[in-house]
Write a protein of this length. Sequence first.
Length: 250
Amino acid sequence: MACHHKIKVKPLSEGEAWILFMENLGRDIVVSPEVERIAKAAAKECAGLPLRIIIVAGSLRGVDDLHEWRNTLKKLRESEFRDMDEKVFQVLRVSYNRLGDVALQQCLLYCALFPEDQEIKREELIGYLINEGIIKGMRSRGDAFDEGHTMLNRLQNVCLLESAKMEYDGSRRVKIHDLIRDIAIQILQDNSQVMVKAGAQLKELPDVEEWTENLTRVSLMQNQIKEIPSSYSPRCPYLSTLLLCQNRWL
């Protein structure tokens, strides 16, 4: 909008989020201590985003069954509550569609292959983007890295990525918000065959049945996988990306 003063609209604090949650649940609602505990956890899962808080709380208005509250929280944590989140997904997907640049969209989607809440080193991420062919047509690797930093800056400027910096080494990093990551994974699954189980606390590789023949990308980053059995040989002829890093015992 070419405004002179840019103001970053921050997410609600935990206290503000809880107040908004209860306002939309119903001012006169009296909940049991157990339901209140679950409700606070559900409000926290909304990550301070007012639109999501309003939709989540509104969907639970009048619900007094403890089982239903627990099930709702479970689905929120698993990011599978698509019917309730559809409006939120539509709102945030507009930002993705408005990028208008396939490479920029692919860059954002690639960030979803990393574990939730991970602060990703810019240099490492750009290296992946070059190797994947998302950044291409540059005369030198230096030019490609310049293009990569420009892409990440653009995604930060439209708030689809967040900036992060490690104090101990001063390295510049980026981070993708949990909700935007959920959308990115959904887009990946809609458009191609991917398996994203990064940071899922796996101790073994996913069952062979999950390695479908048309898989193209698999991310098993940051798990507790210790070995790949010699008998384990899934057939995935189109697999171009397999991320196994941060499995410290593998």
